[in-house]
Write a protein that binds this ligand. Structure first.
Ligand SMILES: [Zn+2]
Length: 378
């Protein structure tokens, strides 16, 4: 896992761009907001002595989440006798897999779990174990999404071809009039597509949307195939020794669809809503007119900040603005950083948007889908 992309926010004012094909995008280099925010956050860590990574709460959480995952798998495969027991346990599997994704692999993939590379590598491998390539994720999420969030034509997370229109800059098709209805079940297909299609297609094409990227080689390629082999082994082969093929496939679809909806919603509501901006590069200069730190604030919303259970389950992704500003800090620290971010935004006259609850965020995303399906391009 040595040759991977830089899975962190850029240390310099310009995003560290490593894509091979011409999508270099520069931001306004003068970023006093980001400089001041970093200073205040550094002071916080010095004053409190809190660790940025290797938080004991994170290690404890890892044990709990993995134990729940293993328990729900063993109960589903070896204990469940009736269809409703299977259904409930498949949903529990989806929930626990989301817990691994939101908490363990997401922090580790951003190098926020530990200051030791091998610990981050080991914990990031949990994504390979649950069926997604950690190599492809680092490019797709940690580099492309984090550097170019909400920029049409650059952020791959808001590009689903013509199936949906997420931004005012994308072309509108007649079918989009119903996207606020049909996108929810389609979100359920995200994980299945990722596990069975997207990763393998990347191996062949070495492209994610408009971005051409290096194929995994050596150790990264070995990890890719080892992860896929282990995933197909526990998810399909082993259960098929004990259950008919159609039963295994049915419960896989239930668990993976539930996981797909959960993941899509948690990652969509901080960015795809009325309150978020969707800026594009200046037609004159070809670069972003805002500095990188300000851009992150303008395009990202927190949600349900006061809900401790939500925070615990989604791995701090409800403090999404804090995550985008400080992706290499363990999410356990986000609630404490939130006040500093809030105050600094106020001092610099930046907006500070939040969905007060998770369901408020879901409703806002629904309204945004409806609006984008009906309103013409800007
Ligand atoms: Zn992230």
């Amino acid at each position: 896992m040595t040759a991977g992309p830089e899975a962190a926010a850029p240390a310099s004012p310009q995003p560290a761009h490593a894509s091979k094909r011409g999508l270099k995008l520069e931001f306004e280099p003068n970023d006093p907001f980001r400089a001041e925010l970093r200073k205040r956050v550094d002071e916080y860590f010095q004053r409190t002595g809190r660790p940025r990574q290797d938080c004991w709460e994170m290690y404890a959480k890892t044990v709990v989440v993995l134990a729940c995952f293993v328990a729900s798998y063993l109960l589903l495969v070896f204990v469940a006798q009736t269809w409703w027991q299977g259904l409930l346990l498949a949903l529990a599997m989806g929930l626990c897999t989301a817990g691994i994704g939101f908490n363990i692999q997401h922090d580790a993939g951003h190098k926020a779990y530990s200051k030791h590379a091998w610990v981050n590598g080991l914990m990031a491998f949990t994504l390979d174990l649950i069926g997604g390539s950690s190599y492809v994720w680092r490019w797709k999420h940690a580099v492309i999404h984090h550097n170019y969030v909400n920029i049409t034509g650059y952020d791959y997370d808001i590009d689903v071809g013509g199936i949906a229109r997420f931004t005012p800059r994308q072309p509108q098709l007649p079918i989009h009039r119903w996207q606020h209805l049909y996108m929810w079940p389609l979100y359920g297909l995200l994980v299945i597509k990722w596990q069975l299609v997207t990763d393998f297609r990347f191996l062949i094409t070495s492209a994610l949307g408009p971005h051409e990227l290096p194929r995994p080689r050596g150790w990264d390629l070995a990890v890719f195939f080892l992860g896929k082999a282990l995933f197909f082994g526990w998810a399909f082969v082993l259960p098929m020794f004990f259950h008919p093929v159609w039963v295994v496939l049915l419960f896989y679809v239930v668990a993976a669809s539930f996981l797909g909806v959960l993941m899509s919603v948690v990652f969509q509501i901080p960015h795809c809503a009325e309150q978020a901006d969707f800026p594009i590069p200046s037609p004159k200069t070809g670069r972003m007119e805002t500095p990188w730190g300000v851009h992150q604030v303008n395009v990202t919303l927190d949600f349900a900040r006061k809900r401790r259970a939500t925070f615990w389950f989604v791995g701090g992704l409800n403090f999404h603005r804090e995550h985008h500003l400080f992706p290499v800090i363990c999410h356990i620290n986000y609630p404490a950083l939130s006040g500093i971010v809030e105050q600094t935004c106020r001092d610099f006259g930046l907006k500070s948007e939040e969905h007060p609850t998770f369901w408020g965020g879901v409703a806002a995303h629904y309204r945004w889908l409806k609006k984008m399906g009906r309103e013409g391009a800007e």
